[in-house]
Write a protein that binds this ligand. Structure first.
Ligand SMILES: Nc1ncnc2c1ncn2[C@@H]1O[C@H](COP(=O)(O)OP(=O)(O)O)[C@@H](O)[C@H]1O
Ligand SMILES: [Mg+2]
Length: 371
């Protein structure tokens, strides 16, 4: 019988939990998928913690860990119910959890994902693999991004480089080039949608800029754009990773100081920032790339997609859907795949060259199901 795996993640956007049911017989196959929105109050608390100074009462942190786990378990169970599958038919569940802090640099490097895997295993009855990032950090890596390793497993590497671009809250690229024995490269380029979402939330009270309409109504402010581009992160050589710790509203407010700019023009400028920094990263590190295949929620923002395509022309920029891959579930499939690698007790290939860890390591802890 084909081994089935579940992969679950809520990304930096904290828009909800993506669930993928996958198999990996000859190649990765997405068999079913679902998006499980967080209850609004839980999302609000997650964003407040992830964007704020990190101050939280210990009891509130403990409760968040449990509440997120309950949502992850509910998300998995709902998908199984829809597919008329029993927990016993799933080999393992890979849970990324919810990142609330990512600080892979500094004297005490750490990354923190919430969603207690003990509880996910208990509530689903499925063997659960979680905590994928911290062993890589312990081995001197960034623990991120992990998606490039799966992109390489999913897409063959040819002679000419092609790029997979994931537009989540943060953008990351994977450079697929050269022979298999060459180290895989990939890194976080900076913001994709996180600032677009935050600015839209603040000014329109909507979770995100639907179809980029807010940005499309404004124009780029060159003074602000120049200031935003001066952020040191963009010039740091890879390996590198980032998150909401850097790209949040106070960061934007700092750069807006002394400027009077209409909110819609700020939004248009934020689109330009994402597009230019993504295009620069690709031009610098994948000079010969002809194709950029895009996944992640940002693929549904036509204004962002057009800005990226213009910044990269004549390179073609297209949704990975054109390769028959669902752009919304590549990340969730990554964690189904990583769970399978963990069960096989082997270091997932191509992780440490991307993250900068000293050595390949088996990633993730295993929490038994209810046998
Ligand atoms: N129709 C749309 N128009 C504009 N933006 C969209 C649309 N659909 C999704 N998005 C963007 O995609 C984001 C979610 O992308 P996702 O890949 O789930 O990010 P993450 O991995 O950080 O959770 C939303 O927050 C939003 O910015
Ligand atoms: Mg998401």
């Amino acid at each position: 019988m084909t081994a089935l795996y579940l992969g679950l993640i809520s990304g930096t956007s904290a828009d909800g939990i993506d669930v993928a049911l996958a198999s990996f017989v000859r190649k990765p196959m997405l068999l079913a998928s679902r998006i499980h929105p967080y209850p609004p109050d839980l999302r609000r608390r997650i964003l407040a913690l992830a964007q704020g100074d990190g101050r939280i009462a210990l009891d509130a942190l403990g409760a968040l860990d449990v509440e997120i786990a309950r949502e992850f378990a509910a998300a998995a169970r709902t998908l199984l119910k829809h597919e008329r599958l029993d927990a016993g038919e799933i080999r393992a569940l890979g849970s990324h959890g919810q990142t609330v802090r990512h600080r892979p640099l500094g004297p005490a490097p750490y990354t923190m994902q919430l969603g207690d895997p003990n509880l996910i295993a208990e509530l689903t009855g499925i063997a659960t693999v979680a905590d994928f990032r911290r062993r890589d950090v312990a081995a001197g890596g960034h623990g991120a991004p992990l998606a490039p390793a799966f992109h390489a497993a999913m897409l063959a590497r040819g002679d000419t480089p092609r790029v997979v671009l994931n537009l989540g809250g943060i953008a990351n690229i994977t450079i697929l080039a050269g022979a298999k024995n060459q180290p895989l490269r990939g890194f976080d380029t900076g913001p994709a949608s996180c600032l677009l979402d935050a600015w839209t939330q603040k000014h329109l009270d909507q979770a995100y800029d639907q179809d980029g309409a807010f940005a499309a109504s404004g124009h780029v402010d060159d003074t602000l754009l120049k200031r935003l581009l001066s952020e040191p992160y963009f010039a740091v050589p890879p390996p590198k990773s980032t998150g909401r710790e850097v790209f949040h509203l106070p960061w934007l407010a700092e750069h807006l100081r002394g400027l009077v700019i209409a909110p819609k023009n700020v939004q248009a400028t934020l689109v330009a920032l994402s597009a230019i920094t993504i295009a620069d990263a690709i031009r610098t590190h994948a000079r010969d790339a002809r194709d950029v295949w895009v996944c992640g929620g940002g693929v549904h923002n036509p204004v962002l997609m057009t800005a990226i395509a213009q910044a990269l022309a004549p390179v073609t920029v297209a949704s990975i859907a054109e390769l028959g891959i669902d752009p919304d579930f590549v990340e969730a499939m990554t964690f189904a795949w990583l769970a399978r690698e963990r069960l096989r007790n082997r270091p997932a290939p191509n992780v440490h060259t991307v993250t900068g860890a000293r050595r390949p390591r088996v990633l993730g802890g295993l929490f038994s199901g209810n046998d």
